[in-house]
Design a protein around this ligand. Sequence first.
Ligand code: ADE
Length: 459
Amino acid sequence: MRFDIVSVFPEFFSVLDLSLVGKAQERGILDVQSHDLRDWTDDPHRTVDDTPAGGGAGMVMRPDIWGTAIDSLMESSQGRRGSRTILAIPTPSGVPLTQRTCERLAQEASQIIIACGRYEGIDARVSEHYSSVGIEVLEYSLGDYVLNGGEVAAVALVEAVGRLLPGMVGNPESLVEESHGAAGLLEYPVYTRPQTWREQAIPPVLTSGNHGVTARWRRDRAIEKTAARRPDMMRQLDSASLDKLDKRKLASLGWLVPAQADHPVPMNARVARAEDIASVAELAAATFPDAAPDYLSDVSIQAFIAENLTPDTFTTYIHSPDWLTMVLVDPCGRIVGYTLSLVPESDGVAGRDEGAPVDAVVGNKARKGPLVELSKFYIAESWRGSGASTMLFNATRVALLERTGEWEEPYLWLGTNARNKRAQKAYKALGFERVGKRTFTVGEQDNSDVVFARLLRMA
Ligand code: ADE
């Protein structure tokens, strides 16, 4: 692979004689030549720029000088078998340079001419001309900031592409797990001796010798880091590459993977506001029949909805200090899940008349603290299995903990239809245990419910 770098500061590139790139040059894997653009001028002042057409500040680099320079560098490589020249132009208005592009260049190019602009840049006809005669022109940017010229970006391209060439990196495996690799995640944090440095120990899993646990730990850290620093990368993650534990980690960070989606989506779980009332009532009316047992008549179901799940009732819930309504909102602002909880007086029992498990034994211990009722908990069907229920439940728990503040050992309880095994399984997965039964009336019909409870504080 040959790089020809053209600049008005050719001495800049002596850095490329150092380190791995320098060694690769010695070993013949890479050939980097830098050239002075002024060598292609034909006036005594060696002028490379002129004033901008249409006016404005600064100077623009002349296309005629660049054309002569690029033509002569292309000619010098022409005729070699399998040669493929790419013209790379660093510019803050270029496409962001990515690892994928570097991989492709390493595979496809035999010569990369890098045209380093200064001042206000290179006359736009240079790029247009070479594209129009069939040369691939890559106008690339290092990032959303402005450098004084393309030289630093040229060095970056040589190093990023050069290190991918066969024979460059001693251990090709070290290329596999790095940031921007195939996994689509940033790299996990790394550590080495000393074991403790400035009172910080190496995370114990890394010295446990357990490869499975270490791999999981690293993957969780990579997911956390990517979610915190690069939401744009999270949106591009391939759903098919994510296992159950990945999805659980993602859900704890607010990213869900719905059944048919190619990529994770960022979700928001928050306290419901007045403007949510119509949507919550609509979702509540749509999801209530889903969870009802088959034997319940439409009349009973509709009677229940008309009495309990209307915009009016939700208006009361949302404005009442005793109730907490939480919603799960997708990136388009649609409400896809909600919970409704009833908070008792400081040490009381919420839902005493609804069958609250006052005598419950939870975790082999008789209940001591107050009982908060999780009265409703629904997720729209298309979001089930995506981690939505875990995310909404955790947000509800955090909000309830804020409300119950200093209370000693508050509990959360709920009733669910005895035939709804799916819901029971889901509640167990959320840390609930079965503590009793109750009768729950829908319309005119009585139903057997099972009652579940758990400590509010337990993680
Ligand atoms: N030239 C000036 N700023 C640049 C940037 N951000 N990326 C590439 N080339 C540049």
